[in-house]
Design a protein around this ligand. Structure first.
Ligand code: NAD
Length: 510
C-alpha cells in the first residue's frame, strides 16, 4: 500500500490544529528504505496526536511489520560494503554536514518534537541542539578511529590492529528522547562504517524520519540508513532474530530489553541494552536545602519525569527531612504545568493516556501502602488542560524502601521521599533496588561525596548536580537491571560497540 506519496517530512495542512506556533500541519511519513520513502503492506496507520492537545493530529505513519524490517535489512546489507570502504574521515564529513543542517532546522524540528512528544519548547530546542552537537562530535571523532601498533617479538615484523565495522546494526529506541537517543546511536554506528536499520518508538517517530532526511541531504548514500516505523514485537523482533543483523543496540524498558537480549543470545549477536532506573538523590543533613530542592525539582519534574535518569527517590537524613519535604512540596505546587508552547511553562504532559494513567496508579498504590501525599497526585483538567494528558507535579512522603513506589520505575513526575538516620543507611537504601542508572548526592562533605561515588551502584554519579543531563563526550550506561553492562554509549566509548578489532601479523624480513 502506498501512502500519499509524501514521506520524509512533506506535509499538508489539516484543520489548523491548536498549537499556535508557526508550522501547524499534519505530517504523513513513510518508511525510509534503500534511500526511498516507501509504504507498508499493511493498511493500518499509526496516528499520533498532540499529548498537550489531543484535538490535533500531528503525524501519521504506515504500521509496518517483519516484511518491511526484512526489506530494510536487505537494503542495509547491500549498502554496507561500499560505505565501510570509505575512510572514517569521509564518513565523518557527512556527519558534520548533517550537524549544520540540523542546526539550520532547529526551531522547526523542535516544534514538531514538542507537538508529537509533549516536552516544552525549551526542552525540545535543547534536544535538537544536542542531536546537532552529537553529529558534530562524531564527525570530528572520525579523525581518531584507528587501531594500535604493538611491538612484535621478532625483528622485521609488524603487529597491528584494525578497527572494523560490524556490518548491519539494528537500533531500537524509546519515545522519551526522540532525536537525542537515535542520534547517539546512529552517529557512532555510521562513522564506524556500519549500515543501520532503526526502529523508533511508535509514540514519536518523526524525529527519526527527519534524521534520515537530513542525512540524505548531507550526502549519505542510499541504503546506509533505513527507518522502519511499526509494531515493536514484529519490527524489533525481526531485527533481533535476523542473522544479517550483526549487533543490536536497544534503549527502552527492562521488560522489552530482557526479551530482546534473549533473542540475540540465541544467535550470539552483539548486544547493548540500556534500560530504566529508580534514581536516588541523597540529601545529607549538611546540604544547602534550597539547592537540594531546586535540583530535585528539576531532575524529577523536568521532562515531565520522563527521563531514564530522572530523580524518583529522595533519600533524606531525618534531621532535615521535614524542612526539605515542606520546601519541596511548596515548590512543586508552583511548578508551572501546561502546553510546551506557552511561555514560562516548566512541565508538559505525559506522552499518552497510558503513561498518565500509569503515573496516577502509582500514586494510588503508594497511598494504599501508607505513604503520605504532600503535593499534587491528580490529573489536571482545568480549561485547556482538559484536552491533554497533564498531571500535577507530585511529592509523596513517608515512603519506605519496601514500598512499590520506592522500587518500581514510574516514568512520570512523581517524587518519593524516604527519611533515613545516617549517610550509611542512605547508601544502603539507595543500593537496595535491582537497577542502577544515575545517582545524585547533595552535601558539603567532600569525603562522604567521594565515598558515595565509589560505593553507589550506578553508571552515573552526580555530586551537587541534578541526576538528569549528560555530557555527550562522556561514557553513559547503567549497571544491574539498567543495562547489559556490555558496552557504554556516547563519547568515544560508543565506538567499542560499533567496531570489532582485527589483528594483523606482517613479516617483512623475508
Ligand atoms: P519500551 O521498552 O516500551 O519500548 C522501547 C522500544 O522497543 C520501542 O521502539 C518499542 O516499539 C520497542 N519494542 C517494544 N516491544 C518490542 C519487542 N517485543 N521486541 C523488540 N522491540 C520492541 O520503552 P519506552 O516506553 O519506549 O521507553 C521508556 C523506557 O525506556 C523507560 O523504562 C526508560 O527508563 C527507558 N529509557 C532508558 C534510557 C537509558 O539510556 N538507559 C534512556 C531513555 C529511556
Amino acid at each position: 500500500m502506498k501512502l500519499l506519496a509524501i514521506g520524509g517530512g512533506n506535509s499538508r495542512i489539516r484543520g489548523g490544529g491548536k498549537c499556535p506556533l508557526g508550522n501547524v500541519s499534519m505530517k504523513d511519513y513513510l518508511n525510509y528504505i534503500g534511500g526511498e520513502w516507501v509504504g507498508a503492506t499493511s493498511a493500518q496507520f499509526i496516528e499520533n496526536r498532540n499529548p498537550a492537545d489531543t484535538r490535533e493530529v500531528v503525524t501519521r505513519y504506515p504500521s509496518s511489520g517483519a516484511t518491511e524490517a526484512k526489506q530494510a535489512i536487505e537494503a542495509a546489507a547491500g549498502a554496507h560494503r561500499s560505505w565501510s570502504q570509505l575512510t572514517p574521515v569521509a564518513r565523518g564529513r557527512i556527519l558534520s554536514k548533517a550537524s549544520f543542517i540540523l542546526e539550520g532546522r532547529k526551531s522547526e524540528l523542535a516544534e514538531l518534537l514538542m507537538r508529537e512528544e509533549g516536552k516544552t519548547l525549551a526542552e525540545s530546542l535543547g534536544e535538537v541542539q544536542r542531536a546537532a552537537d552529537i553529529f558534530r562530535f562524531y564527525g570530528g571523532l572520525s579523525y581518531t578511529i584507528g587501531g594500535q601498533t604493538l611491538p612484535h617479538d621478532l625483528p622485521g615484523n609488524l603487529l597491528y590492529t584494525l578497527r572494523q565495522s560490524l556490518g548491519v546494526v539494528g537500533l531500537i529506541t524509546p519515545w522519551n528522547f526522540p532525536i537525542a537517543i537515535p542520534s547517539w546511536k546512529i552517529a557512532p554506528a555510521l562513522v564506524a562504517g556500519n549500515s543501520v536499520v532503526i526502529k523508533p518508538a511508535s509514540q514519536a517517530p518523526a524525529m527519526c524520519c527527519e534524521l534520515a532526511r537530513v542525512l540524505a541531504e548531507a550526502g549519505l548514500p542510499k541504503g546506509v540508513l533505513n527507518v522502519v516505523v511499526g509494531n515493536g514485537r514484529e519490527v524489533g523482533g525481526e531485527l533481533a532474530r535476523n542473522p544479517k543483523v550483526a549487533g543490536l543496540s536497544f534503549t527502552g524498558s527492562h521488560a522489552v530489553g530482557h526479551q530482546v537480549y534473549q533473542q540475540l543470545a540465541l544467535r550470539m549477536a552483539r548486544a547493548q541494552m540500556e534500560m530504566g532506573g529508580k534514581n536516588p538523590t541523597i540529601v545529607l543533613a549538611d546540604a544547602d536545602i534550597d539547592l537540594a530542592v531546586s535540583l530535585v525539582c528539576r531532575a524529577g519534574f523536568g521532562l515531565t519525569g520522563q527521563a531514564c535518569t530522572a530523580t524518583s527517590r529522595v533519600i533524606v537524613e531525618r534531621s532535615v527531612a521535614d524542612e526539605f519535604t515542606q520546601k519541596l512540596a511548596a515548590r512543586a505546587k508552583t511548578w508551572k504545568v501546561g502546553p510546551g508552547w506557552q511561555p514560562g511553562v516548566e512541565m508538559g504532559p505525559a506522552v499518552n493516556e497510558q503513561e498518565l494513567l500509569g503515573n496516577l496508579q502509582h500514586v494510588k498504590w503508594a497511598l494504599e501502602d501508607g505513604a503520605k501525599l504532600v503535593a499534587g497526585g491528580s490529573r489536571l483538567t482545568e480549561g485547556e488542560l482538559a484536552h491533554g494528558y497533564f498531571m500535577e507535579p507530585t511529592v509523596i512522603a513517608d515512603v519506605r524502601p519496601e514500598m512499590r513506589l520506592a522500587r518500581e520505575e514510574v516514568f512520570g513526575p512523581v517524587i518519593a521521599v524516604l527519611a533515613v538516620d545516617s549517610f550509611e543507611e542512605a547508601l544502603q537504601v539507595a543500593n537496595n533496588v535491582d537497577v542502577g542508572l544515575s545517582a545524585s548526592i547533595v552535601t558539603r562533605d567532600i569525603k562522604k561525596a567521594m565515598i558515595y561515588s565509589e560505593l553507589i551502584e550506578a553508571g552515573v554519579v552526580k555530586i551537587n548536580q541534578i541526576s538528569t543531563g549528560l555530557a555527550l563526550q562522556a561514557p553513559f550506561g547503567g549497571v544491574k537491571n539498567s543495562s547489559t553492562d556490555t558496552f557504554r554509549e556516547q563519547g568515544a566509548a560508543a565506538l567499542d560497540f560499533y567496531t570489532r578489532t582485527k589483528t594483523v601479523y606482517l613479516d617483512y624480513s623475508c
